[in-house]
Design a protein around this ligand. Structure first.
Ligand code: SF4
Length: 214
């Protein structure tokens, strides 16, 4: 895909949604960190539902450590892998208290040093809580980047590198949100909805889906 098409894709996505953000509900960097940790292999909707109950009770590292693993598990029972996630969340909070004064560090290495926090989670927190132009690659972005020809790559690191290289600077901060939303609601995994896709004329996917028959 050439640079003009890439720019046109981002211009189109920008014009329709100038201020995209995560669908996870949060009010502080700490709440965002916890929500993103819990969202691995779970839907944002399920995380929001659980956090609407837990955050009013515990939304600081101190409160979550006090709640303990069993207490956190009670709130997140409906979320996949909840036992492991409860363990990681409490351990991460203890590290935030011991090493970072109870604050979420705006630093990749520090974030990735927390239990249950990988590159993707760190990228989301750096981007959305701290405004860094990172691009977190999830399953939706990986698919959209490859299918459209926007930033092909055989694994997530290759796609991340390609998007960082090819995304025009002014779109880099929001690229992650636009591509996730596009993959989640239009360029779906099993059946991309090409017939109402706003970037269809720019997309290089060869087997575009025809409109459903009426
Ligand atoms: S045209 Fe189809 S394959 Fe291309 S981005 Fe749109 S939905 Fe995805």
């Amino acid at each position: 895909m050439n640079a003009n098409k890439r720019r046109a894709i981002f211009e189109t996505l920008h014009s329709l949604n100038p201020h995209p953000t995560t669908e996870l509900e949060y009010t502080t960097p700490f709440e965002l960190l916890i929500a993103v940790m819990l969202s691995a292999q779970a839907t944002d909707v399920s995380v929001n539902k659980a956090m609407r109950k837990m955050f009013p009770v515990a939304n600081t590292p101190q409160q979550i450590v006090k709640l303990g693993e069993a207490g956190v598990a009670e709130y997140i029972r409906t979320i996949g892998l909840y036992r492991t996630k409860a363990k990681n969340v409490v351990a991460a909070c203890q590290i935030l208290l011991d090493q970072y004064g109870g604050e979420v560090p705006a630093d990749r290495e520090a974030l990735e040093g927390l239990p249950g926090v990988g590159r993707k989670t760190a990228n989301v927190v750096l981007n959305t809580a701290f405004g860094h132009p990172t691009i977190a690659i999830d399953t939706h972005i990986f698919r959209v980047a490859n299918r459209t020809g926007l930033a092909p790559g055989k694994d997530v690191r290759a796609v991340e590198a390609a998007l960082e290289k090819f995304t025009p600077a002014e779109f880099r901060h929001d690229a992650h949100h636009w591509l996730i939303l596009h993959g989640r609601y239009v360029c779906k995994a099993r059946r991309p909805e090409c017939w109402h896709c706003v970037i269809e004329p720019l997309c290089e996917f060869r087997q575009k889906t025809p409109p459903p028959e009426l």
